[in-house]
Design a protein around this ligand. Structure first.
Ligand SMILES: [Zn+2]
Length: 315
């Protein structure tokens, strides 16, 4: 048997195939065409699955799908996603009907959490919080070696915890104001970088933004060259992130927090601010031996989805 993990993001959809031992056999990345309707998109996914099925000489497949949004893992439905237009999307049912294979659907951060726990850590740590840093900010919990998804699959929406209650709080893609994601998600960072560049037009950050296509990498580049605003934005990033995470740590008392997603690459600049917030905590013990690590494996969402399908199928 082969497990295929599919990680559907707002920009790309990644596919990974693994064997029963979890060895990666194939991977491919396709653009996510959000202009398609639900059934045309399902056809696209099913076609890729069928191509691989032929490559694997007609072997039986199990499918795992991770998608950025509020999903119900028991019913295999995507209910709502801020960056993807398909709501009340019965992915598991439709994909099974098209391919004939069992299909398991979860939120993408939950799939990444499972991938980190099962693949990167080889199940060494049993209590983890995984936070995915990108356009959206999500999290997944491993509690006592199990993926915790809540009563209807909605657990882990850390990006929508409030970190700013002031009148000037930034608006989030979900419609609320003051959410963590509005400050540390890609779009929030872009707003802050552009604002800083406007106020300091001769700064390194302003120059980099003017000469390059926007990416969060520019913020690290500016920080590495000593740009004060860039360092400040990273500092605030760490403070906001730690503010939400310290609440999560008080609730769940994990051994490890794992930072995943592209923006985690800037950790050198924001981790000290996180440590400052953690040090100020009154209840010290849950923070004392807490490890903050970076996810190493590329495409951990798709890999986690494949391994999750494997673990579910074996049950
Ligand atoms: Zn929000």
């Amino acid at each position: 048997m082969i497990a295929v993990g599919i990680d559907i993001g707002g920009t790309f959809t990644k596919f990974i195939a693994v064997d029963q031992k979890g060895k990666v056999l194939k991977n491919i990345q396709l653009p996510t065409n959000i202009k398609l309707n639900k059934s045309a998109f399902i056809n696209q996914l099913a076609n890729q699955v069928k191509i691989w099925q032929k490559d694997f000489k007609g072997q039986k497949l199990a499918l795992g799908v991770g998608i950025a949004g509020d999903t119900d893992d028991k019913k295999g439905i995507l209910h709502f996603a801020p960056n993807i237009p398909w709501h009340n999307f019965e992915i598991a049912k439709l994909l099974k009907a098209k391919t004939g294979f069992a299909c398991f659907v979860c939120n993408d951060a939950n799939m990444a959490a499972w991938g980190i726990y099962a693949y990167e850590f080889k199940r060494k740590y049993k209590n983890l919080i995984i936070i995915t840093l990108g356009t959206g900010v999500g999290s997944g919990f491993i509690i006592e070696g199990k993926l915790y998804q809540g009563s209807c699959g909605s657990a882990g929406e850390i990006g929508h915890l409030k970190v700013d209650f002031s009148k000037e709080a930034l608006k989030c893609a979900c419609g609320h104001k003051g959410c963590l994601e509005a400050y540390i998600g890609t779009n929030g960072l872009k707003t802050q970088m552009q604002f800083a560049a406007k106020n300091a037009p001769k700064s390194i950050l302003a120059k980099l933004l003017k000469e390059n296509k926007f990416s969060v990498k520019l913020l690290s580049e500016a920080a590495s060259l000593g740009d004060k605003n860039a360092l400040k934005i990273w500092h605030n990033f760490g403070s906001y992130l730690a503010q939400a995470l310290s609440d999560a740590v008080l609730l769940l008392n994990p051994q490890v927090i794992v930072l995943a997603g592209g923006i985690a690459k800037g950790s050198k600049y924001f981790k000290p601010a996180m440590q400052e917030v953690f040090k100020k905590q009154v209840i010290k013990r849950p923070f004392k031996n807490l490890k903050i690590l970076l996810a190493k494996q590329k495409d951990i969402g798709a890999l986690g989805a494949a391994l999750y399908a494997l673990s579910k199928y074996e049950k």
